[in-house]
Design a binder for this molecule. Sequence first.
Ligand code: UFG
Length: 340
Amino acid sequence: MKILVSGAAGYIGSHTVISLLENGYEVVGFDNFYNSSPKAVQRVKEISGKDFPFYEADMLDKEALHQIFKAHPDIYAVIHFAGLKAVGESVQKPILYYHDNLTGTLNLVQVMEEAGCCNIIFSSSATVYGDPKEIPITENCPKGICTNPYGWTKWMQEQMLIDLQKASPEWNVILLRYFNPIGAHKSGEIGEKPQGIPNNLVPFLTQVAVGKRPKLYIYGTDYDTPDGTCIRDYIHILDLAQGHVEALRYLDQKEGGHTVINLGSGKGYSVFDIINTFEGIMGSEIPKEIADRRKGDIPISLADITKAKKLLGWEPKYTLEEMCRDSWKWQQKYPEGFNK
Ligand code: UFG
């Protein structure tokens, strides 16, 4: 079964391609390398021991998407990761985010429709819940008010796919809402390399640990949580990648419609839990300072993963310790990411 992966060189895309190849799927990948590197593709091929067609192509270039479908008329489904994803940048450049993320998805579904491919798994985010009405968060929790344009683009792309599916029942849509993916491939050969200053806790922390940044700022210790810092649902990137393989199996069985599924570990950890786990692994202290709350942060984000377990037969298997160990392995091996 042939699967087209958009954003295949990115953090989640590259790990998912490995899982797909390991599970016997044929993969066609593309990426514009805006926030990723051709080296990731090369390493995915080395790790998996498999070659696959890969295109340097931009979602905004509709003709390039046409050409990919023309070369591969047997694409069964698309896993759509490509998009801009930096929360801070989206606040500075909202129009860029709305334009690129929404236009990219519109181009993709138009080209898919013309090619007769109506199966899509979309990479969404728990950010669409806004400040959630319930904890743990089930998929029935209503979508909320997003705190940044990046979040709104996920919200809107979901809605576009839901409306498309309602109008054209031949579409079969799965919306995967990720919580906080961290960790890296066990080999340490691929991992997360954000552009510029990392927004997220773990990439920032590992850059401090490796000496690239002077200290970690802990954004707020006065939340209504046991240790005063925010709680998040961290999930190992390898568990997340495997979730896509199971989602594809499910997509193949189910009869159309759209299905929303949370992918998290179902376990909550505070900022201090993460720092303590890393310090335990490294055997040394990370330079850190308590700072003010970060605007837009919610105290607790935690997934109810009952639906994923039930529908996908999927279960996350990695511990927090393994997530931190693998992030650290990748960061140590490649302090500059794919540049070195
Ligand atoms: N944090 C720090 N210091 C840092 C970075 C983060 O203390 O340098 C704290 C944050 O304040 C928060 C926690 O660490 O309490 C986690 O922050 P992240 O930025 O790692 O993760 P978020 O949950 O804020 O955001 C992530 C993704 C979004 C996605 C969202 C989904 O970055 O893209 O989860 O819920 F939308």
